[in-house]
Design a protein around this ligand. Structure first.
Ligand SMILES: *Cc1c(COP(=O)(O)O)cnc(C)c1O
Length: 513
């Protein structure tokens, strides 16, 4: 059987054009879809045949094959282990994906998250039986409020973008409570993360974008020109997606407040600020944190996200339920809007958020301590600047001066070489590195955004830098064919990414014959 919409013969030709009979590459096994290797009647368990047992399904028994692949236990094990070996991971090597903060996830966090008292809870258990878990949420909230200098936090949002939705819904609720239905325009700087304008539109606002200056920050004159009574607020990312601190942030807050608007700050990049800057001191009204970036905890293929959202005094009354509270040493969740102080805009998730991520994040905070968190921030910024400085003579930094937690290059150094950012990224794969973020932020041509995080040692960074330098030199010295052919050693070579995005094949259908 063959799958649809996917190459049936693996691309196994290597540099000398040799193809293996098996499709395997040395000890890297070729792997088919589970539907292709399974057969319906094979199974990993044996149940005795039922005898003389009347059906109690009331005539709704399945009459056809269930259509699931059947495999024995060793076949299942091998399938998933082989797949896992194709997956590049932070536990395998440098993962310099800018804006994603792929930092090491300490195993201590995992150990804590697996404690039965946390892992085996049911979200509907009576509060009296989950006091420890509620206290953990309370402690996490305390750390978040202390680190951000903000008065309130909603823990339930389940990702960064979900946290944005929380903050913007609070802003919308605050405006509605004032009867300010003429305030529907949200200012969004060009360097904003793509989720920002999407969130504002989702909440019924229109977007007005603000250009960036030559040095990658908000153009203050353009911002002032856009102010008006219909402005609901601004959504600003700081540090922005160019990896730069918005130096005019306090003035921006004052200007927005001056027209009766609210200041949403995208705090996904809080890992560049922890222990150094508190958003509460910058006039911010709402900001989400990505626990799964700043406070480690696996994400992407490795786990779910968690996007607690801090709120200012002006927005706190509108925070969603549930809220975790303690009274006389007893913890409980305020579950209903009617029982919550203020005018909660409602509920964002079925239960209370991502418990496993709360445990991991608090474990990370407690094991680092406030001094350790500050050092992690400083090391992350130092590492990014080390990378930027070490590459700036062979690649072209997009902006001059120091960066925050990520180093941003553009493609000027590739001019007239025939090599493009994409080719450069593919060549990195052959060298054993996950590519950096590319073509983002959009304001920079052929962008290459590198975020080393604090996890990497100097020795590891030096190896990475040496590879990047030699690739840059090869590109300039005319080795264009090598770049266009890359990746040569990957299980699959160049995929039609546009087609995959535009026409995804999400359902497997058996081929004829
Ligand atoms: C990652 C990120 C987001 C979105 O976070 P998710 O958890 O992926 O929803 C938003 N803004 C910025 C700046 C980010 O880096």
């Amino acid at each position: 059987m063959m799958s649809q919409g996917r190459p049936t013969t693996p691309h196994t030709s290597d540099a000398v054009g040799h193809e293996t009979v098996s499709g395997n590459k040395a000890l890297a096994q070729r792997e088919l879809l589970i539907f292709e290797i399974g057969t319906p009647r094979r199974t990993g368990i044996d149940f005795p045949e039922l005898k003389n047992t009347p059906s109690r399904l009331g005539g709704v028994e399945r009459t056809q094959e269930i259509g699931l692949p059947g495999l024995s236990e060793p076949e299942v094990m091998r399938h998933y282990v082989r797949l896992s070996q194709k997956n590049y991971a932070i536990d395998l090597g440098v993962y310099p994906l800018g804006s994603c903060t792929m930092k090491h996830n300490p195993r201590l966090n995992e150990k804590m998250a697996r404690l039965p008292g946390f892992a085996d809870l049911h979200p509907l258990q009576p509060h009296s039986t989950v006091q420890g878990a509620l206290e953990l949420m309370g402690d996490l909230a305390h750390w978040i409020l202390t680190l951000t200098g903000m008065p309130a936090v909603a823990l339930s949002p389940k990702a960064g973008a979900h946290g944005e939705l929380c903050g913007m819904m609070a802003i919308r609720a605050a405006l509605d409570a004032k009867g300010a239905d003429h305030k529907r325009r949200v200012l969004v700087p060009e360097s904003a993360h793509g989720t920002n304008p999407a969130t504002a539109v989702q909440c019924g606002f229109s977007i007005d974008s603000i250009p960036a200056t030559e040095d990658g920050r908000v153009d203050m004159d353009a911002l002032k020109a856009k102010l008006g009574d219909d402005v609901a607020g601004i959504m600003l990312t700081n540090p922005n997606t160019c990896g730069l601190f918005e130096r005019d942030i306090i003035e921006i807050a004052d200007l927005i407040h001056g027209v009766g608007g609210y200041f949403y700050c995208d705090g996904a990049n809080f890992n560049a600020l922890v222990g150094r800057v508190r958003p509460g001191d910058l006039g911010i009204d709402a900001m989400h944190l990505n626990l799964h970036k700043t406070f480690s905890t696996p994400h992407g293929g490795g786990g779910p996200g968690s996007g607690p959202t801090v709120l200012s005094d002006a927005l706190a009354p509108y925070a969603p339920v549930p809220r975790v509270e303690s009274q006389d040493g007893v913890w409980h969740l305020v579950e209903n809007v009617e029982d919550a102080d203020g005018e909660s805009f409602g509920r964002m998730t079925a239960f209370h958020g991502q418990m496993g991520m709360f445990v991991r994040a608090l474990s990370y905070m407690l094991s680092h301590g406030s001094d350790g968190l500050k050092q992690a921030t400083e090391d992350a910024v130092l590492n990014a600047n080390y990378v930027q400085a070490a590459l700036s003579d062979v690649m072209t930094p997009a902006f001059s001066g120091t960066c925050m937690h990520e180093a941003l290059f553009d493609d000027r150094f590739l001019k007239d070489t025939g090599v493009e950012t994409l080719d450069f990224a593919k060549a990195m794969i052959d060298e054993g590195y996950h590519p950096m973020t590319m073509y983002f932020p959009l304001v920079v041509h052929g962008a290459m955004l590198i975020e080393p995080t604090e996890s990497e040692s100097k020795a590891e960074l030096d190896r990475f830098i040496a590879v990047m330098r030699s690739l840059a030199v090869k590109a300039v010295s005319g080795e264009v064919e090598m770049f266009k052919a890359a990746p040569i050693y990957a299980p699959l070579r160049r995929l039609d990414e546009t087609r995959a995005a535009r026409k995804p094949v999400l359902k497997w259908t058996p081929s004829e014959g």
